[in-house]
Design a protein around this ligand. Structure first.
Ligand code: 5GP
Ligand code: MN
Length: 310
């Protein structure tokens, strides 16, 4: 499959690299990793993410400024990264082959080729394997993107998905001149004051139930307005909620124009991807999400609690 994937890439001329809406480091890092390689092969490459604005904290990734918010009129191959279901790409139906590169166990296999390995900690680790299996040498710009993605999806090498392979991959990327200190500094030491204020709002509004095993918070559009924070500034709030000693299940509801985006995290027992799947979303065992097209927050929370057995 890894060889077949690369063959299709080499046979295609205009290639779109696309990742999921509200992208994280894995989505952007995985897609940006292939950009310079394909350019050097003489391809026309469009790198796409339909989210506006893009989270600025990833601006240090090589070629970040090349990301476009819409699809080109024509292309002959689409490669999607870190995206478990087609709707999360935020684009209409397409008329060319699609390679789906991912690591979500809930992936719906929407590609013509589905290069999915749910044992991998990040989609970028699948990209790394694709390069290795096809004897493509690593270089600093590519390694920086793949490392950033791997670091983020492993909580900087601290989550349950960390294993020896993760560190072996990280070592290969560092050998190819990815700079761990620089990357960590870019992602962890450049918070805006608005983001910290938003975190304060989350903590103030936190509700603890079931002997404090479950914690949830609701962020409204008004909260974003009054703190001056951007949507992407809420990305780490749910991890912070989970970090409370008693908490097994952390729930964050983020208001959108037509409903809520729900982020779920668990510590050791609950498979939150099951909960997310039940409501049309997806994800991993310890991190998952879904969208609810309703503003009835009590119903949303009750539905989650009905699926969660603690
Ligand atoms: P987050 O809570 O950070 O948005 O997402 C946690 C994990 O669940 C990520 O791996 C993300 O890709 C996945 N995820 C979040 N929302 C959705 C969704 O609506 N559908 C699917 N398929 N996956 C989601
Ligand atoms: Mn990922």
């Amino acid at each position: 499959m890894y060889k077949q994937t690369w063959r299709l890439i080499t046979e295609s001329q205009h290639i779109v690299l696309i990742s999921h809406i509200n992208p994280d480091g894995d989505a952007l890092g995985s897609s940006l990793a292939l950009y310079p390689l394909l350019k050097d092969m003489g391809k026309t490459v469009s790198i796409v993410n339909v989210t506006t604005p893009l989270p600025i904290r990833y601006d240090f990734l090589p070629n970040f400024t090349k990301i476009k918010q819409s699809m080109p009129l024509k292309c002959d191959l689409i490669i999607s990264f870190d995206c478990g279901s087609y709707d999360r790409l935020g684009i209409k139906k397409h008329h060319c082959p699609l390679i789906n590169i991912d690591h979500h166990k809930t992936n719906t296999n929407y590609g013509d080729i589905n290069l999915i390995d749910s044992t991998k900690a990040s989609a970028s680790s699948v990209v790394l394997k694709l390069l290795e299996q096809n004897d493509i040498a690593l270089r600093r710009d590519v390694a920086t993107c793949i490392y950033t993605a791997l670091a983020e999806d492993t909580g900087f090498f601290s989550f349950e998905n960390v294993n020896a392979t993760v560190f072996e991959d990280a070592a290969k990327l560092i050998a190819a001149k990815a700079n761990p200190g620089f990357i960590a500094q870019q992602l962890k030491e450049r918070n805006s004051l608005a983001k910290i204020r938003l975190t304060g709002i989350v903590i103030n509004q936190l509700e603890l139930i079931n002997d404090a095993k479950i914690a949830y918070a609701i962020l409204t559009l008004e909260d974003f307005k009054k703190s001056g924070a951007l949507r992407s500034d809420s990305d780490e709030c749910v991890d912070l909620i989970r970090s409370i000693v008693t908490v097994e299940l952390a729930i964050l509801l983020i208001e959108e124009s037509d409903g809520y985006k729900i982020s779920l995290r668990s510590k050791a027992q609950i498979d939150v991807s099951d909960i997310a799947l039940a409501y049309g979303g997806g994800g991993h065992k310890r991190a998952a999400g879904f969208t609810a097209k309703t503003k009835e927050t009590n119903t949303i929370i009750q539905n989650i609690l009905n699926e969660a057995t603690i």
